[in-house]
Every structure is written in structure tokens, then in C-alpha cells.
Design a protein around this ligand. Structure first.
Ligand SMILES: [Zn+2]
Length: 244
């Protein structure tokens, strides 16, 4: 682990209960320059070779989430989370390196244990800010992490266990802010159904234009089944009060 501590932090106002995964389109040195320029930060940065850089101490509040919401966390997610960036030239459109996966898995396992993080609170930046953010990208290895006990992954055969339910309700069960349902539905796909996410090649454009699900996607049978299966998983495992 390398340490390159940045001054962009303040005191936490809540205990750590979320892990937020990000992607940054630079290698560590350039990424740190970029953080300095915009006065932002994260706790950890994982290079393509798997080396982990610590930028902010875990006990401090880093500045990585911005305006974001998830489940009961309606404001100041920076106060209750640890932010982890992974270097990816195309913001997670193509696979992360196996060295990054290995390093991230070990780090996440350690943090989950240390802070008793619930699986439903291990999220991507796009999950908590669906109208603004696309990272860590559709190639992020959520399913592989779930296989290692980090976060959850749905089983499609559970889709029928929730018979009814509007898309908005199902997204809310998982944790999404549905102020913009189409943006939330697309963020859901980035995490759980990456095959439905368009290839985005222009990194500068990706950061400015966040796509939303169109009507065709919202009616797509595989999307609806995956959403139901995921809602069932979160509902049954996290004991979310059932609204359906
Ligand atoms: Zn981010």
C-alpha cells in the first residue's frame, strides 16, 4: 500500500456503513493531480497493476460521493462511506485487470468485516447518483464480488416470487432514488444487467451525458425479470419492509 495523503477531507458526522465504488479515467499520478485540481478525494485508489494507494484516512470524511441518495441514506453519504476508486481509461466500459480485481476483493473483504457493512450498502457511484454518474461502469465485477460474499447478486429464477410491483417500487426496494425513474432504471442495468447498457466510448461525453432507460428497455422482459429477482433478493435478505 502506498500513501499519498490529500488534504481534501473533514470530520465524519456518522459511522461508516457504506462502501462506494468508483472508476477514474487516469493512472494514479494523473488521478491525484485531477483530485487536487477539483479538490475532491477518495480513501483508496487501485491502479491497474493492483497497487492500492491510500489518499485519505478511513476515519476521515473524504469527498467522493457528491449529491447522492441510497436507501435510508438521504444526504451526506460522504460522512458514512468509504470511497474506493479504480483506475480505468474508459471508466469501466472494458474489464478491469485481474490484479485490480484481486486487490479490490481483498480490500473490500477487509472493510466489510471491519465495519460490518451490510451487503445492500455496497454500491457504485452510479447507483447512488443515477442522474449524474456512470462509474464504476458496466464492466465492473459485481457478480464476481458477490461470489466472494461482497454484495448481492440476483437469481433469475426468483423473478416470479414477486408477482406484482411497479418498476418504481422495485427500484426503491433495492435502494435507488427514483426521482428520475428512467435514470434509476439505467443505473440498475449498469450494476445488474450490463448487457442492456450501450457501449460508451467518449469518456468526456460519458461524464456529461448520463443515459436513461427508454420505454423499450422498461418493457423489456429480461429487464423486468432481473429487476424483480433483484428486488426479491434485497427484500428477503435485508428484511426491507415490503410495500408490495
Ligand atoms: Zn465516482
Amino acid at each position: 500500500m502506498r500513501r499519498k495523503l490529500l488534504p481534501f477531507w473533514n470530520e465524519r458526522k456518522a459511522k461508516v456503513s457504506m462502501l462506494v465504488l468508483h472508476a477514474v479515467a487516469f493512472e494514479p499520478k494523473e488521478a491525484i493531480e485531477c483530485f487536487r485540481k477539483y479538490e475532491v478525494s477518495s480513501h483508496y485508489l487501485i491502479a491497474k497493476d493492483g497497487e492500492i494507494w491510500q489518499l485519505v484516512g478511513e476515519k476521515h470524511r473524504a469527498w467522493h460521493a457528491g449529491v447522492a441518495k441510497w436507501r435510508e441514506f438521504k444526504e451526506d453519504i460522504n460522512s458514512c462511506s468509504i470511497g474506493i476508486e479504480l483506475c480505468s481509461s474508459d471508466l469501466g466500459q472494458t474489464p478491469f485487470t485481474s490484479a485490480q480485481k484481486k486487490a479490490a476483493t481483498a480490500l473490500l473483504q477487509k472493510l466489510v468485516k471491519k465495519y460490518k457493512i451490510k451487503p445492500e450498502n455496497i454500491v457504485g457511484h452510479s447507483d447512488i447518483a443515477p442522474t449524474r454518474k456512470v462509474d464504476p461502469g458496466k464492466a465492473f465485477f459485481w457478480q464476481e464480488l458477490a461470489n466472494e460474499g461482497i454484495g448481492w447478486w440476483p437469481r433469475l429464477e426468483d423473478a416470479d416470487k414477486i408477482k406484482e410491483g411497479k418498476i418504481e417500487d422495485l427500484l426503491q426496494i433495492i435502494g435507488y432514488d427514483t426521482t428520475d425513474i428512467q435514470a434509476a432504471a439505467y443505473a440498475f442495468c449498469r450494476h445488474f444487467l450490463p448487457g442492456k447498457v450501450k457501449d460508451e466510448t467518449d469518456v468526456s461525453k460519458m461524464e456529461k451525458t448520463v443515459y436513461r432507460a427508454d420505454k423499450k428497455l422498461l418493457d423489456d422482459a429480461l429487464f423486468v425479470a432481473t429487476l424483480r429477482a433483484t428486488a426479491y433478493k434485497y427484500l428477503s435478505a435485508s428484511k426491507t419492509p415490503c410495500k408490495i
